[in-house]
Design a protein around this ligand. Structure first.
Ligand code: CMC
Length: 380
């Protein structure tokens, strides 16, 4: 009998509970997501992203004084580090923005004076600095690709308004800032997803916080994970370019039939944990609807609904967060390859909360494998 036959294999770790966490709870039965006990929908509607970052790191919402302290530190850390800028400038504009993001996180780590200090105090300070620094990297990278100069941060704007300011060089309308904030809150944390688990694996070796975040960015890049928000937009473009007449629902259905016949995965649909729909989708969809209204793009609403309904009919698989987030970022004016770096900017909060939690009760993460190769053999 082979080892594989003797041992139970948990392919993709599906259904395996590897540790406890106090940071978030995903409940597919009730279709809910709680950050430190609070429903994410309530946080998205009533709180700022800065308050949510504090909640994820400290376990409680901040008092006004604590929020003022966090906000002041975030605003003070927004400027693009000239060394990071120099490294980014050396990278070809053909490099994917996620590669730029991953490289920048690594450079920030190599330049941080506390890199080797993994105490909770140092990790909180490093997490905050990296979180504050990333929007300038993402915004600048998009601007340099467009042949535009960097835009200096504005200390009078909150995190979301300043992010949009640095990306586009103009103040965004209040409803656009609100939709962006909602996306940041919804993307911030989602228990043991692939990138967070990557961060925890790296942390379990006692490597530093920036190494863990850099690895997590690599994991997030894949289209089965964060890269799906970019991929949704490519799908929309393919449908628009496809033949099938003027009726978008007919075009979406025929594109989908063809894609499924070719065994393609439809990006922005399905989830390893949620099987009856992603708890974050209704909140993000409401923001997308506001952006469709704001920018007057009913055609996008029609395309969105057509593909969703065709996928429902064909496979009964529901959209995940990336499905409404991709077109929302498109409407705001972001270039499609910049979508996943926006996810990075948000998820830094969740990743770093998990890094600190992992260190509180660390055990090296080292699973087993069942050997399935040749029997022992010898060279002579
Ligand atoms: N398109 C086509 N078929 C799908 C899809 C999809 N998006 N999702 C699941 N299926 C099929 C799958 O092929 C399988 O079919 P069969 O039984 O015939 O082999 C069946 O549905 C069951 O799938 P599963 O094994 O329960 O799904 P999984 O847990 O292995 O995969 C997933 C989850 C997210 C990798 C997958 O749904 C997928 O590839 N989705 C597209 C990528 C995507 O949108 N990712 C974002 C995930 S959520 C937010 C984030 O993390 O960024």
């Amino acid at each position: 009998m082979t080892e594989t036959a003797q041992q139970q294999i948990h392919k993709g770790l599906a259904g395996v509970v590897v540790d406890t966490t106090r940071i978030s709870k995903v409940n597919p039965e009730t279709n809910s997501l709680l950050y430190r006990g609070y429903p994410v929908q309530e946080l998205a509607a009533q709180r700022s992203f800065e308050e949510v970052a504090y909640l994820l790191w400290y376990g409680e919402l901040p008092t006004p004084e604590q929020l003022a302290e966090l906000t002041a530190a975030e605003r003070a850390g927004r400027a693009l580090d000239p060394v990071v800028r120099k490294v980014v400038d050396e990278l070809p504009t053909t490099a994917h923005p996620m590669d730029v993001c991953r490289t920048a996180a690594s450079v920030v780590g190599a330049r941080d004076s506390q890199t080797e200090d993994s105490s909770r105090e140092a990790n909180l300070a490093k997490a905050l600095r990296l979180w504050a620094a990333m929007p300038a990297v993402v915004a600048y990278d998009q601007r340099r690709r467009r042949g535009q100069d960097a835009v200096e941060p504005r200390e009078d704007l909150d995190y979301s308004a300043n992010f949009l300011w640095m990306a586009f060089g103009e103040e965004a309308a209040a409803d656009v800032v609100e939709a962006f904030k909602v996306s940041m809150i919804l993307y911030a944390e989602h228990s043991f997803n692939a990138s967070t688990f990557t961060a925890r694996v790296i942390t379990s070796t006692l490597a530093d916080l920036h190494s863990a975040v850099t690895g997590a960015i690599g994991a997030l890049k894949g289209p089965l994970h964060g890269g799906a928000n970019e991929a949704v937009m490519h799908t929309f473009e393919e449908i628009l370019a496809a033949s099938g007449g003027e009726d978008l629902s007919v075009r979406a259905k025929s594109w989908l039939d063809d894609a499924l016949a070719n065994k393609r995965k439809i990006m922005g649909f399905g989830h390893r944990v949620y099987k009856h729909g992603d708890s974050r989708v209704p909140t993000m969809k409401a923001s997308l609807d506001k952006m469709i209204e704001h920018y007057g793009r009913q055609d996008l609403a029609e395309l969105y609904a057509s593909l969703e309904s065709a996928m429902g009919e064909a496979k009964n698989i529901k959209p995940n967060l990336d499905y409404p987030a991709g077109p929302t970022y498109h409407l705001m004016g972001f270039d499609t390859p910049t979508f996943t770096p926006l996810f990075v900017a948000s998820r830094i909060t969740g990743w770093t909360a998990h890094i600190m939690e992992q260190l509180e009760a660390n055990s090296l993460i080292r699973p087993l494998s069942a050997y399935d190769g040749p029997d022992e053999r010898h060279l002579s």
